[in-house]
Design a protein around this ligand. Structure first.
Ligand code: SF4
Ligand code: SF4
Length: 290
């Protein structure tokens, strides 16, 4: 995993995630997932590795730090840090493919599958079981070493491994910084209401209604407020950042046209929203420096 570039790794015995699945179901029943219908699909499958890999015995979880060494100018319309580089789905998929190929070289009989962002809520639960951190009041995985600016990748396989036997205790304590920092009042402790979340509204096509502050893609207020991210180290991914994402001024963003967008940001997560949505978001940005 380290050779593939991951920053932390742990393993847990495969099992059906009963508690987490019940929690996810009640969150979905309350409608807090807003229009993200995909979150309600295949929950059985996503909460039980044995339904993804026959006779799965282990789940391996790897974290990839994306905390940027350099942030955008405070006066520019803001992009969430996870989108500063190449779309992480593709970037991590390549890493998982390399890991799977390495496993197959030494143990060709093993069945193994890799996942990234297939079920974010459950990926965080696996990360906790693998001893990599705890779920913070902002609903994100907090690694004591890396904070919350991490991508999470999982692998399910039909081989037994040495498992983590100690889970990180929750160290949020009395802190409420993430909740206080959320402009949309989307957070209660350990509960996200996507209807109120900027990151939902500025990425989903056709969604409006929540002030975007100065974020034109995603939102990081709840992560930037977290003390565990202050001391986290910057990422080590040499080939990940798309420089214009970090270097564009406010003028560059407002003058961006579609052909240039499609050239510079061809591999960016910004493509997920598309040019028209990004433009609409830019027009809705407050212009207030972060
Ligand atoms: S991403 Fe932004 S709007 Fe959503 S919960 Fe975090 S701070 Fe609130
Ligand atoms: S800001 Fe505070 S309460 Fe929120 S996740 Fe971080 S430590 Fe926990």
């Amino acid at each position: 995993m380290a050779e593939a570039g991951f920053d932390a790794c742990g393993a847990a015995a495969a099992a059906a995630l009963e508690t987490e699945r019940a929690h996810l179901n009640s969150w979905l029943s309350a409608g807090y997932h807003a229009g993200m219908a995909y979150m309600a699909r295949n929950i059985e499958k996503r909460s039980n590795p044995a339904l993804l890999v026959e006779n799965a015995q282990s789940v391996v979880v790897a974290l990839l730090n994306y905390k940027p060494p350099q942030r955008q100018p405070a006066t520019a319309p803001q992009i969430a840090c996870y989108a500063y580089g190449v779309d992480y789905h593709h970037f991590i998929r390549d890493k998982l493919t390399a890991v799977i190929a390495a496993v197959k070289t030494v143990a060709p009989e093993i069945s193994i599958r890799g996942f990234v962002d297939a079920a974010p809520v459950l990926e965080r639960a696996w990360a906790v079981r693998a001893g990599l951190g705890w779920i913070g009041k902002n609903n994100l995985l907090i690694s004591p070493a890396l904070g919350s600016f991490t991508f999470i990748a999982t692998l399910a396989l039909d081989a037994a491994l040495e498992y983590n036997t100690r889970q990180e205790k929750n160290r949020c304590g009395k802190c409420t910084r993430c909740i206080d920092a959320c402009p949309g009042k989307a957070l209660q402790p350990y509960l996200l209401n996507a209807h109120r979340c900027i990151s939902y509204h500025n990425k989903r096509k056709g969604e409006t209604g929540v002030p975007l502050e100065n974020y034109c893609f995603g939102c990081d207020y709840c992560q930037l407020a977290c003390p565990w991210n202050e001391k986290a180290p910057p990422h080590r991914m040499d080939n990940w950042t798309i420089p214009e994402t970090v270097n564009f001024t406010a003028g560059d963003w407002y003058n961006l046209d579609e052909p240039v967008f499609n050239t510079i940001f061809a591999k960016s997560a910004l493509q997920g929203a598309g040019f028209a949505k990004l433009k609409a978001n830019l027009n809705a940005c407050s212009g207030k420096p972060l």
